[in-house]
Design a protein around this ligand. Sequence first.
Ligand code: GDP
Length: 433
Amino acid sequence: MKVHVPAGSSQCAVVVGCQWGDEGKGKIVDVLAERMDVVARYQGGANAGHTVHVGDREFILHQIPSGILHPEKRCLLGNGVVLDMIQFFQEYDALLERGVDVADRVGVSLRAHLLLPYHRILDRAVEDRAEEKIGTTGRGIGPAYEDKAGRRGLRVADLRNEDRFRELMDRGIQRARARLQALGMEGDHGLEEALETVLALRGRLLELATDTGIEVEEALAQGKQVLLEGAQGTALDLDHGTYPFVTSSNTTAAAAATGVGVGPTRIQSVLGVVKAYTTRVGNGPLPTEFDPEMDDRMRTLGGEFGATTGRPRRCGWFDAVLARHAARVNGLTGLAVTKLDVLDSLPQISVATGYRTPEGEVEEFPADTAGLEAAEPILETLPGWEASTGEARSLDDLPTNARKYLDRVEELTGAPIEMVSVGTRRSQIIRVA
Ligand code: GDP
């Protein structure tokens, strides 16, 4: 029998979102990071926004792993990440200004692709003109990954040779200009100045450049603990999400190995983060979506506004069909349920156990996104607990109905609950395993 190692005590753990992102991964990573030596991001870019509360202070991190808020942890950005240098150093300097000791603690993969100013401009231009909008964050992520897959991207390692870098970026600028022109946007879009802004940061970035695969491998060999942190969530995965309403990278756990540069056999545990209900930013299906009145209520109760864009999030009941899909495609070994406290005031709480589709009832997450748009959730309704959970520090402290709700979530998802978050503060956590 396989021995279950909880994420907190495993040598190499992945933390992955199991819905449409915004599950509260930042807080879970922050709590787990206390026990870790290295925290590495494996995909995504500045489109992710993790909000972490430390005492009275709120930090919103877009690219730097939230492990940075614990002294002495090494924080890496893996090769699977697309790095926006300008935004990265804004974040880095803001942390320095707020007294976070970042020096010698951040490493960026030499193989990471650079997200350049023209990627942002293209992202917005394409989305503005799209017939079917994806609802991107406009941060340039899609175009940067397109260049990566198209083998015309620029990587951190390319910064080593300034002349060559200028030449490559100049080609990128010409291509971007041609595309913008084809979209009816004439002009130079300030791209030459942008090249100089990027080059001005070259020296600083090279000082942080490293081989993240080697670093992680060495840390593991020394018996250190490593946490691999994903951005967005399973339903936004390029392959396993609600395509085309997805992000441009693989968000799921297998990408953690590729995205930092270690083999999949190094990963010991995969902790899936689910919110006790569901939210989604941007367009695309959300089968358990509330009616407008309830949507408003949950958005207010849960503070469901995007950390990156401030956009209101769409809200719905917990979707066990999606959670089961996530458990399978990520190979979850454990579950962290967040924002349980947000449900405290509700008299009744529902969960979707299946969907009614034009083809009949299904229990598996459909591959066909148009079909998913037409799906109606099959809801099971449980009694609420109508009591505060924010002070609970063990499952025994929870009201009976809250425990029953968690038991049902665990049963339907098929992964054991290891943690339950009951508030924004670090201390508001129930550790089950
Ligand atoms: P992430 O991208 O998955 O880290 O999610 P976000 O940071 O966008 O959203 C999580 C938000 O929920 C942040 O504002 C957190 O402070 C907050 N949060 C996390 N866990 C809990 C919780 O258990 N209860 C409540 N009320 N808020 C939480």
